[in-house]
Design a protein around this ligand. Structure first.
Ligand code: NDP
Ligand code: GDR
Length: 373
């Protein structure tokens, strides 16, 4: 029996792919995260019906989607959330069979690199095998010729520096359980594309941030602390490795690139990056400058700190607790292929990104202070 002749396990009454693909129905795993919320906004604007997979949580976890959810009273049937988890195959099959998506964006992940050292097996399960489960759910439903698949791959695949700037052809050398899990996901996506003719793309995205970034990632941790320090609610910001260099862009620009990858005639993998790199220390300096604080550094390594030149108070200290067992020292991407083939280009530069994040946190912190008065 040839591979093509294996019948799907779930029998759906499907129109031929050309008919089916005329619908615009997206399914997003990780919809409650930073990227999920921006992507949902983009797809709704483009007229898609958007479905998202959310985890059951004892606390409120749809804050980034709240504004869209409220809008849905005006636009019914355009936006729906389904309980699910990338560790639950049956649930994924059920959601895909029910939604019958034309595009699937796999953004769900335990996405914190440092946490992955503490939860290595879980990270492997969700970020690595979770991707396989979604791909197999597509096959189980017989949708491999009907659906387009986006995988949230990452510059963490490059890890230890082999060459810069990093391109789609640069060899991978991951440096964390997160990077290793994403490496499996990258290759299983390539494998299912080659083995089953699935339209599947890896977006190898370099760091992208926004005011919606999780509070434990370094940029948001800094912007929030700068805002709190400037209104006197916090005295000092504790950080890890200040020498790490990252290629930081804005999340809104990057979700546009994800969508573009799924609109091409053939599926390929693409790097999305700014082509610039900056050390963490520079982000810190620029963020403090946004609130009029100029820093003076002293010490080095684990003993490094910075004081506010005007007040003389120490406002930044290195705490080795935030160092990682293995670090990714330098990320710098070359987005030339995405610019040429997808017509994609980042719009927000580094300085504007820092400014937007600090301003947003200032607003949030000030309104909290007012609420308490
Ligand atoms: P976030 O951490 O903000 O969001 C992760 C999302 O995944 C959340 O919705 C989270 O749900 C969900 N999730 C976590 N575990 C599971 C699970 N077991 N089953 C289903 N969903 C789960 O990440 P970002 O939005 O920043 O990133 C999106 C994707 O892109 C991730 O896969 C990340 O690894 C990858 N990536 C991110 C980059 C970046 O710079 N932001 C760069 C390159 C890749 P909950 O809200 O309940 O926690
Ligand atoms: P990263 O992002 O590991 O690149 O992964 P993160 O913001 O966590 O770290 C960036 C760099 O800053 C250094 N650093 C600190 N990091 C954190 N979180 N907290 C600190 O206090 C701190 N001090 C210094 C880190 O050591 C690191 O070098 C992000 C995630 O979104 C991944 O999911 C994604 O795949 C990659 O970006 C591309």
């Amino acid at each position: 029996m040839s591979v093509d002749a294996v019948p799907p396990l779930v029998k759906l009454d499907l129109p031929p792919p050309e008919e089916y693909l005329k619908r615009k129905v997206a399914l997003i795993s990780g919809i409650t995260g930073q990227d999920g919320s921006y992507l949902t906004e983009l797809l709704l604007e483009k007229g898609y019906q958007v479905h998202g997979i959310i985890r059951r949580s004892s606390s409120f976890n749809t804050g980034r989607l709240q504004h869209l959810y409220e809008d849905q009273h005006e636009r019914p049937n355009k936006f729906k959330l389904h309980y699910g988890d990338l560790s639950d195959s049956t649930n994924l099959v059920y959601i895909i069979a029910q939604v019958q998506p034309t595009e699937i964006y796999n953004l769900g992940a335990q996405s914190h690199v440092k946490v992955s050292f503490e939860m290595a097996e879980y990270t492997g399960d969700v970020d690595g095998l979770g991707t396989l489960r979604l791909l197999d759910a597509i096959r189980t439903c017989g949708l491999e010729k009907h659906v387009r698949f986006y995988q949230a791959s990452t510059s963490e695949l490059y890890g230890k520096v082999v060459e810069t700037p990093q391109t789609e052809k640069t060899p991978f050398y991951p440096r964390s359980p997160y990077g290793c899990a994403k490496l499996y996901a990258y290759w299983i996506v390539v494998n299912y594309r080659e083995a089953y003719g699935l339209y599947a793309c890896n977006g190898i995205l370099f760091n992208h941030e926004s005011p919606r970034r999780g509070r434990t990632f370094v940029t948001r941790k800094i912007s929030r602390a700068v805002a709190e320090i400037s209104v006197g609610k916090q005295s000092c910001l504790y950080l890890g490795n200040l020498d790490a260099q990252r290629d930081w862009g804005h999340a809104r620009d990057y979700v546009e690139g994800m969508w573009r990858m799924l609109q091409q005639p053939t599926p390929e993998d693409f790097v999305l990056a700014t082509g610039e790199t900056h050390p963490v220390r520079e982000y810190v300096e620029k963020a403090f400058k946004c609130v009029g604080i100029q820093l003076e550094w002293s010490g080095e390594g684990a003993g490094e700190q910075a004081k506010d030149v005007q007040s003389g108070k120490v406002v930044v200290k290195v705490d080795p607790r935030y160092f990682r067992p293995a670090e990714v020292d330098l990320l710098l991407g070359n987005p030339a292929k995405a610019e040429r083939v997808l017509g994609w280009k980042r719009k927000v530069d580094f300085d504007s990104l820092v400014r937007e994040m600090v301003d947003a946190d200032l607003l949030a912190v000030k309104s909290l202070v007012e609420d308490h008065n």
